[in-house]
Design a protein around this ligand. Structure first.
Ligand SMILES: Nc1ncnc2c1ncn2[C@@H]1O[C@H](COP(=O)(O)OP(=O)(O)OP(=O)(O)O)[C@@H](O)[C@H]1O
Length: 261
């Protein structure tokens, strides 16, 4: 996505998190996982959410994809405020409008790549044309792997199948939780490059949760969570390479006291 022309209007915010807090209650004990989080994600952008273990990344991701509800505040995805949906409507909304990619791929072992990709449509009682699935497979570099089951695919191929599955419903936004966490670094970088291309060439909107600077460096925007607050937001392009981004990230998470931004 080209953000270079200052005179252009900003693209519409596809996802907005407003003043969101999340408290987990365990008996008399409370864990405040997120406090007063605000963020917007523009259509066609690639956003990385970084943070140490326990900083609240998964909680934020689960709130944005409607897997859990906030204690306070609002989450809006593609113009729909999730709190207005019943549990059943939210399930349908998630199935139709949100793509999910996981660290462990989560493919069905007994199904071919083709049927894994089609799975979200089957679940909705729908199907796709051969042309659509072949085009998607071609874009993701797995055209010749469609008849294979997951156990005869490499890790990188399995993640490509999982990404194709996340896109088959033409979702408004794709959330990827540590998508390279189970891959070697070269394969992980090829997955990052693919996600970047999906944004650039198809205006897909992608949010990646990662603790890897080498993944975050592919994003447009990086948000850093610490103790449930967003403490830093910056454009990845301002850091050039993963090492420079890693140094900045370490500085941010290592700083003793930071105000939420
Ligand atoms: N279901 C839950 N019940 C109680 N506490 C929870 C629950 N889920 C998360 N937490 C707590 O909320 C805080 C944030 O957790 P979260 O999983 O969002 O962090 P994270 O940044 O994704 O961590 P990681 O990188 O280890 O997955 C942590 O203190 C965690 O222990």
């Amino acid at each position: 996505m080209n953000h270079s022309a200052d005179s252009e209007l900003p693209p519409p915010a596809i996802t907005a998190v407003q003043d969101v807090a999340k408290v987990y209650r365990q008996g008399s004990h409370c864990v405040e996982a997120l406090h007063g989080v605000n963020l917007t994600i523009e259509q066609g952008s690639f956003v990385a959410v970084m943070g140490a273990s326990g900083s609240g990344k998964s909680t934020l991701l689960h709130l944005m994809c409607g897997l859990t509800r906030p204690t306070s505040g609002t989450v809006t995805v593609a113009g729909t405020e999730l709190a207005t949906l019943s549990d059943r409507e939210l399930t349908h909304f998630r199935r139709d409008r949100i793509g999910l990619v996981f660290q462990a791929f989560n493919l069905v072992p007994s199904l071919t790549a083709r049927d894994n990709i089609l799975f979200p449509l089957y679940a909705a009682g729908r199907n796709a044309t051969n042309e659509k699935i072949n085009d998607l497979a071609e874009q993701l570099g797995i055209r010749d792997r469609l008849t294979h089951r997951p156990d005869s695919l490499s890790g990188g191929e399995q993640q490509r199948v999982a990404i194709a599955r996340s896109l088959i419903t033409d979702p408004a936004i794709v959330f990827a939780d540590e998508p390279t966490g189970s891959l070697d670094s070269v394969t992980g970088q090829s997955i990052c490059k693919l996600l970047r291309e999906l944004c650039n060439e198809q205006q897909r909107t992608i949010v990646v949760v990662t603790h890897e600077p080498s993944v975050a460096v592919w994003a447009d925007q990086v948000m850093v969570l610490k103790d449930g607050h967003i403490v830093e937001r910056f454009r990845a392009s301002g850091h050039g390479d993963a090492q420079s981004l890693a140094a900045h990230y370490q500085q941010v998470v290592g700083a003793p006291q930071l105000a939420a931004v």
